[in-house]
Design a protein around this ligand. Structure first.
Ligand SMILES: Cc1cc2nc3c(=O)[nH]c(=O)nc-3n(C[C@H](O)[C@H](O)[C@H](O)COP(=O)(O)O)c2cc1C
Length: 170
């Protein structure tokens, strides 16, 4: 699928809807070339430090965590409706058990601006360089955030990914 550079605000509402719906696909590639993919539902796109930033939240228990830590960058891939089985799989199965990209025969392409790869079947992708990360502070939650999110601890690490490139099919 040939994708061309677009502004990071391209199809913003659609991306946010999918993020809050079935989810988007986050991929990180280790320096050795190994990639892992997981579904994300929490995140934001906005402007921080005068830069376009995709913020994502990843629990340390995720296999993906060690991939982002090693890569220092990640891609967010917006799937098509036809990819719904893959998206569900990536949100319920861990890459510790098997290579999810391989299982679903998903081809990938090198990032143009970063090291992590993008999923070819996705019509819109964001290439993000980690420029800040911090851990959710359990002491600072508003009382309205239900404790059920963190019954086992496993507090998310928040990654601020500067969007170095956004690419979409025409
Ligand atoms: C719709 C949906 C959204 C999700 N969003 C997140 C998220 O934002 N952060 C997170 O850490 N896990 C999230 N998950 C859970 C991971 O995708 C899931 O645990 C996955 O199996 C992790 O794969 P891994 O172990 O290969 O990294 C989500 C799952 C689903 C189904």
């Amino acid at each position: 699928m040939t994708r061309k550079p677009v502004p990071y605000t391209h199809q913003f509402a659609q991306t946010m809807c999918q993020l809050g719906g079935d989810g988007l696909l986050l991929v990180a590639t280790k320096p050795g070339g190994e990639s892992n993919v997981m579904t994300i539902g929490w995140g934001t796109i906005g402007s921080v430090w005068g830069r376009p930033v995709f913020t994502v939240l990843v629990r340390p228990s995720r296999y993906t965590y060690q991939f982002i830590e090693a890569a220092d960058d990640f891609t967010v891939n917006v799937p098509t409706p036809e990819m719904s089985k893959f998206v569900l799989h990536c949100g319920t199965k861990s890459g510790r058990a098997h290579d999810k990209l391989e299982r679903f025969q998903m081809s990938v392409s090198p990032g143009r601006m970063i090291k992590s790869v993008t999923i070819d079947a996705c019509p819109l992708v964001y290439e993000c360089q980690v420029i800040q990360k911090n851990d959710v502070n359990p002491k600072e939650f508003d009382a309205s955030i239900p404790p059920r999110f963190y019954t086992r601890g496993d507090f998310h690490r928040v990654y601020y990914g500067e969007i170095r490139g956004t690419y979409a099919v025409e």
